[in-house]
Every structure is written in structure tokens, then in C-alpha cells.
Design a protein around this ligand. Structure first.
Ligand code: ZN
Length: 198
């Protein structure tokens, strides 16, 4: 059965995180009421993102080029890698003035949801540590069960290399998603990072 255009949009908006059916309905009706030009701009920006954005070949940040601006910047400290869950976490950590580079895992270890270690970019991280001049890996996954599990997993894998592996200290409430941390808390967390005991 083919959905009518409004139902079709509602169904598609429901696929977005944090958007339930009610919100999707509200958004769809709002889009219907918008100027056609403005509504099409939203549609175009999605097309543009999907056609022109890709993942950085080094750190898996989102970029338009083969390498992202951070990996390409000679002024960054390429010997320090901050490991994050999602590209959106980079925006937050950038606000703290962090000068190293990043590695995006693409999620956290969560076998129940089918996210096993192989699905995360852990092998790629190990490869960077193995072949690059890396001095420190700072693991900035969320201080919840999945984030901790992932941090331990990575620390375990990196144990055999002669580098410092640290976990950001959290003034954050335990269980919180890093996405909801403010920049002051995050800066303190970075400064207070501690070596991981494995
Ligand atoms: Zn990059």
C-alpha cells in the first residue's frame, strides 16, 4: 500500500533518533505550512550531506575530503589521540581547546544490540598506534556501562604498545551520555584524565 505524501514524511521522520510519532506529525504539518523554497532547502541539505560528506580515512570524522581538517592540520598534536564514540562528540571536545587529534569509534561496545568490537573502528585505532608516532590515547567514551566496557576493551588491546592510555576523569554524573556534558565539565574531565589499569 502506498502512503500518502504526509504519511510518508511522518514515517520517514520517525526514523530519526529522539523523534517519536507525535513529534514527527508536528514536524510534517509544520513543513507542509512552510514556504516551498524553505522546505526544499531542508531536503536539499540532506541530499548535499549524503552526496558530499564522507568519513575521514584516518579518524572517521565527517569531512568533504579524504582527510578531515583536524587530521590535515600540521599544528595539531598528532601524537595524542582522543577516542570518541561519534563524530558529534568532536564538536564538544573542540570547545575545550584540545589540540590533539581524534579517533571516532562509531558507537560503543554493545553486544545485545549487535555492536561487537569488530563493528567499531578499534582495529583501525590499533593500526594507527602501531604505525604512527603515538604517545597517548585518551579514551573519552561516555561514563556509562557501555562506555566503560568499551574503554576497558580498548585499553586491553593497547596494553602491548609502549604508550600512555588514559581515561577522561568525570565530574560528570555516572551513567550520563557524553553528548549532554557541558564544555567546562568536559575540559575538567580531559585535564583530570587518569591512566587506565588493565
Ligand atoms: Zn580525520
Amino acid at each position: 500500500m502506498k502512503l500518502n505524501p504526509l504519511e510518508n514524511l511522518i514515517e520517514n521522520l520517525c526514523k530519526l533518533p529522539g523523534i517519536g510519532r507525535k513529534t514527527a506529525q508536528r514536524l510534517a504539518f509544520f513543513i507542509m505550512s512552510m514556504e516551498e523554497k524553505e522546505a526544499l532547502q531542508i531536503a536539499d541539505s540532506i541530499i548535499n550531506l549524503k552526496k558530499n560528506a564522507r568519513y575521514c580515512s584516518v579518524c572517521f570524522n565527517i569531512t568533504q575530503n579524504e582527510k578531515c581538517n583536524i587530521c590535515n592540520n600540521p599544528e595539531r598534536q598528532h601524537s595524542i589521540i582522543c577516542v570518541v564514540e561519534e563524530p558529534s562528540n568532536i564538536v564538544l571536545i573542540e570547545k575545550t581547546g584540545y589540540k590533539g587529534v581524534y579517533h571516532v569509534l562509531g558507537g560503543t561496545f554493545s553486544p545485545n544490540d549487535g555492536i561487537t568490537a569488530e563493528k567499531l573502528k578499534i582495529k583501525e585505532l590499533e593500526e594507527r598506534v602501531k604505525t604512527g608516532q603515538i604517545e597517548e590515547v585518551i579514551i573519552a567514551t561516555s561514563p556509562n556501562t557501555k562506555g566503560e566496557l568499551t574503554a576497558q576493551w580498548i585499553a586491553d588491546i593497547l596494553k602491548k604498545y609502549k604508550i600512555k592510555v588514559s581515561r577522561i576523569a568525570y565530574g560528570l554524573p555516572i551513567g550520563i551520555d557524553i553528548e549532554f556534558a557541558d564544555e567546562v565539565t568536559l575540559l575538567k574531565a580531559l585535564e583530570g584524565r587518569k591512566p587506565i589499569n588493565v
